[in-house]
Design a protein around this ligand. Structure first.
Ligand code: FNR
Length: 360
């Protein structure tokens, strides 16, 4: 059996394989409530054999949305809409994770297919953004520097979102600390110039994230896996390095997280990254080494053999794929075939005739 299709146990949850759907915003919610689009979109990956499906970034407060069309989990209407989706994913034999997020200074922006770009003004339905310091992301409105009370309230918002997520039936919680959104903004000296308890040293920059990990762990109890998505480098002068982030990842594990999901960049527009097959795997390997804990790799991983090679090399424990699942929602079934797994044990019984007989 391949490593990719070996089960992975994390706390009380066993993933049937290690090929997982990465969080991907659909910018299709209304008032943060997911709908039929999200239902079919996420369920199809379960029919397609993915071991875990992590939802798009779900905002924990309205001002934490990247765009007005983002999904949320700050109220019970949103929670109940998610519950129909977790039920559908479970019925198709997969597990569901939710990515809890706050977009910080990158909130209130136009969504990719809106025909516009940059910040949405308040008259157009946008809102004032918040960040660790009043430093704008290039081309966006500058955020208001968060007060201590607002930071503490953010921890509480994540805790309540985690509570709703568990009630909605999610098996895994992921905290979004990557891609230049609020938690990443606190971590990086390029966006955090605070001189109080939340700035000035890596320990202080990580305080919000670590408080969040502890609060969410306290809320969800000892059985539920908690993941943290990181950008392992800012890929810009003076920004976070992979070793900085690996150190923070180790601290999150000590604070109660179980797995680091390793992406890169997104903090500043002048970043320099070279994108190609498996371009973030070396970062995952370094985080895995320093944190001595479960790590997932992501980024242009598009075939079973490529994913298997990353696991066999000991660079990661699981693989997230994003765009390959959009191109082929049955990517996991295809990867299983590529690795010589028995389709009878992996394909949904409803689909197995695609294997047993050739259509005329
Ligand atoms: C993303 N990505 C992303 N990441 C994240 O942490 N939260 C999110 O909500 C989103 N949203 C999103 C939407 C869409 C349409 C895409 C294509 C990507 C990044 C994604 O999870 C993944 O890390 C990257 O796409 C790289 O992996 P792939 O696509 O090369 O497998």
């Amino acid at each position: 059996m391949s490593l990719l299709f070996s089960p992975l146990a994390v706390r009380n949850v066993t993933f049937k394989n290690r090929l997982w759907v990465a969080p991907m915003c659909q910018y299709s919610a209304e008032d943060g409530v997911v709908n039929d689009w999200h239902h079919v979109h996420l369920s199809q990956f379960a029919s397609g054999g993915a071991g875990l499906i992590v939802t798009e970034a779900a905002a924990v407060v309205p001002e934490g949305r990247i765009s007005p069309r983002d999904a949320g989990i700050w109220n019970d209407t949103q929670r109940d809409a998610w519950a129909t989706i977790t039920e559908s994913i479970h019925a198709r034999g997969s597990l569901a994770g939710i990515q809890l997020a706050h977009a910080g200074r990158k909130a209130s922006t136009w969504w990719p297919f809106s025909g516009q770009s940059g910040s949405v003004s308040e008259v157009e339905g946008g809102w004032e953004t918040l960040g660790p310091s009043p430093i704008a992301y290039e081309g966006f409105h500058a955020p208001r520097e968060m007060t201590a009370a607002q930071i503490i309230a953010t921890v509480e918002a994540f805790r309540l979102a985690a509570r709703r997520s568990i009630t909605a039936g999610f098996d895994v919680i992921e905290l979004h600390a990557a891609h230049g959104y609020l938690l990443h903004e606190f971590l990086s000296p390029l966006s955090n110039t605070r001189t109080d308890a939340w700035g000035g040293s890596l320990e202080n920059q990580a305080r919000l994230l670590l408080d969040l990990v502890r609060a969410v762990r306290d809320e969800i109890g000892p059985k539920v896996p908690l993941f943290v998505r990181f950008s392992a480098t800012d890929a810009a002068p003076g920004g976070l390095t992979t070793d900085d982030v690996a150190t923070v990842a180790r601290w999150t594990i000590e604070a109660g997280a179980d797995l680091s999901d390793v992406s890169t960049a997104g903090l500043v527009a002048h970043q320099k990254i070279t994108v190609g097959p498996g371009y973030q795997v070396a970062h995952a390997a370094r985080v895995r080494e320093v944190s001595a804990a479960l790590t997932a790799a992501v980024g242009i991983i598009t075939s079973g053999p490529q994913a298997e090679g990353i696991l066999q090399a000991g660079d990661a424990d699981a693989i997230f794929a994003g765009r390959e699942f959009l191109r082929d929602p049955h990517f996991a079934l295809r990867a299983a075939s590529e690795l010589g797994e028995d389709p009878e044990t992996i394909w949904p019984p409803q689909y197995i005739r695609a294997y047993r007989s050739v259509p005329r």
